[in-house]
Design a protein. Structure first.
Length: 326
């Protein structure tokens, strides 16, 4: 049996579906609330759904787990309640780490590329305490993920108890099915597809950096299926441990993304450039690109989906269909 926290969320539900398809008994820990998040799980044969407040009791009764995938978190970059973010993203993560260490259960968790802040220190997934100390996240979410990464590395350095396998995954700009409940935090693909489908102009931010043209801001966009493939590979390779980037390894522009959507829809692209809101300009990132060499050195050799192929599949198989869910 495998536990997936945040299993009704975006990345989590895609992982749950893949695990269930492979015959694993999957238990989801999440809150469904009064939203359509339940649809993210409607096609997957899950063994149970446990609310977070009952997780500790559930773990006491189910100590023989094959693995814990900890995807659950407050992931909004605009949340300002630091106490809540720390409690959910750090304290809960620590309790799960300790439980997995005590019961010898592999622990794979979601970190984030938000830990890199504005990127001035680069995007190398160096897990040394010295390298981590140089990073400066720009929001509470990124800081909380960074805090837990540092806590893990300190514990390892101190020789504290650890799970038999552990991996932290620094997800970059993930897009794909089952992200619809995320509102303004949905990927740019999900947000701009309806405009293209209706023949309306796509709105993109103007550049306020002379080194980048309008729409030329660069991001590492990664298809959610590739993220799931990496997690399944880790499940099969128990000797692999560490903190790893999880992106495509190739930065692409927002204009490239818009063109890919238009091609997938079969329409001519129209773009309207709008000013970047002044309140986000100081922390706006113009470039992100995951260094994928450490994951490759660990033995992961599967190719990542190109932006064009990923957007094409997402649009034609999901976004344009009456049933958009994985």
């Amino acid at each position: 049996m495998i536990l997936v926290t945040g299993g009704a969320g975006f990345i989590g539900s895609n992982l749950v579906a893949a695990l269930a398809e492979r015959g694993h008994r999957v238990v989801v820990c999440d809150r469904l609330r009064e939203t359509d998040k339940w649809r993210n799980l409607a096609k997957s044969a899950t063994h149970d759904i446990v609310p977070p407040e009952l997780l500790a009791d559930w773990l006491e009764q189910n100590r023989r787990l094959e693995a814990v995938f900890h995807m659950g978190a407050i992931s909004s970059t605009t949340v300002t309640d630091g106490d809540l973010v720390f409690d959910v993203n750090v304290r809960l993560s620590t309790r799960l780490w300790d439980w997995c260490a005590e019961h010898a259960v592999p622990f794979i968790y979601a970190s984030s590329a938000a830990t890199y802040g504005n990127g001035e220190q680069g995007f190398e997934d160096d897990a040394s305490l010295q390298a981590l100390a140089r990073l400066r996240p720009l929001n509470a979410y990124g800081w909380s993920k960074h805090y837990f990464d540092q806590r893990v590395v300190r514990r390892l350095a101190d020789g504290d108890a650890r799970p038999p396998q552990w991996a932290g995954l620094k997800f970059f700009n993930v897009y794909g099915p089952n992200e619809y409940h995320k509102g303004s935090m949905r990927s740019v693909v999900a947000q701009k597809y309806p405009l293209v489908a209706k023949g309306q102009p796509v709105t993109l931010f103007r550049s306020h950096n002379p080194r980048y043209e309008d729409g030329g801001q660069l991001r590492d966009f990664v298809y959610v299926r590739d993220c799931v493939d990496v997690m399944l590979w880790l499940l099969e390779h128990r000797a692999v441990n560490g903190l790893f980037n999880l992106g495509s390894g190739r930065a692409r522009s927002f204009l490239d993304l818009a063109r890919a959507i238009a091609t997938a829809v079969g329409r001519e692209l129209e773009v309207e450039f709008i000013p970047t809101p002044e309140e986000i300009r100081p922390n706006y990132q113009y470039y992100t690109q995951a260094s994928m060499s450490r994951l490759q050195a660990a033995g992961y050799a599967h190719p990542f989906t190109s932006l064009e192929d990923g957007v094409l599949e997402y649009v034609q198989r999901y976004l344009s269909q009456p049933d958009r869910y994985r």
